[in-house]
Ligand binder design. Sequence first.
Ligand code: AMP
Ligand code: FE
Ligand code: FE
Ligand code: ZN
Length: 319
Amino acid sequence: MGLLSGMACDLYDGKEGGLNAHPAIPADAIDLHTHSTASDGLLRPADVVRLAAASGLAVIALTDHDTTSGVAEAAAALPSGLTLLPGAEISCRVRVGHDRWVSLHLLAYLFDPTEPVFAAVRARLRSERITRAQRMVEKLAADGHPVDWERVRALADGVVGRPHVAEALVEAGLVGTVQDAFTPAWIGAGGRYWVGKDEPDVTEAIRLVRDAGGVSVLAHAFASRRGKTIGPDVIAEMAREGLGGLEVDHPDHTPDARAQLRRLAADLDLITTGASDFHGASKPQPLGAETTAERALDALVAASRGAEPVTGPVTEQDP
Ligand code: AMP
Ligand code: FE
Ligand code: FE
Ligand code: ZN
């Protein structure tokens, strides 16, 4: 079975010791950053919320890359007792020097998915992701590496990302694992076959989220193993532009990074969150591996007016 193909439901049917269930999640736990097959997660949106309930979570946010398209399916399948926070993780960038840019991920919560200006930017980002993945496939082909674009497209149920190209590389026998594809020799950031995306400036993204009634939280800001990171001065500027919070507890943050971010959030009066960034079995962290305090969730809800936390079916999401 390919890494990105569907996972059998019996892996997380709520039985004790289910593969993905976290052993010690408090009953009121809140996980505000997860992915489904609407982007590069391995579980369908319905299965993410079922697993969340089986894992004992009280609140989960679905934050697929550049789309809310999984929210309706997740909401329709929402087990009773579980609240869903609709969201998305927006790829953007910030200028840190004369001609240096750093890519950032902005978590956007509780915005109105039908607000046309932000919706159009999400649509543009999704479309740009297709062109960019095609260009990576073309670069691979130019070097004689047989990766089929149609196969990459088929591996992605929704938004196309590098994990789908990586899986196609694994299938073609060019690399051993998805991890091996995220290296300079292949499609790791700046790597031989890597192609960047045309991302909005983070200031613009913060404004888009806010104008759509949502609240934004900077994802995994100090996860240095993911690539270049920004400094406190850049985050302070984002706070002035309307950033709502910082994701402090994230699997890719060291204890020192968490302590720095917590101090920074206190200085800048930003909400602090914690979340697993769950993608399914392609990443080690289970749902609920990191969690958010209830008062932080309350603050996010209070800071937004574009949508409500969901406890039943919804309509009108990204296509
Ligand atoms: P993209 O947004 O298309 O550039 O793809 C980035 C996504 O690839 C991230 O959201 C992760 O889910 C995934 N990713 C990044 N680095 C790695 C890695 N080293 N191994 C596996 N997946 C990764
Ligand atoms: Fe991802
Ligand atoms: Fe991210
Ligand atoms: Zn994420």
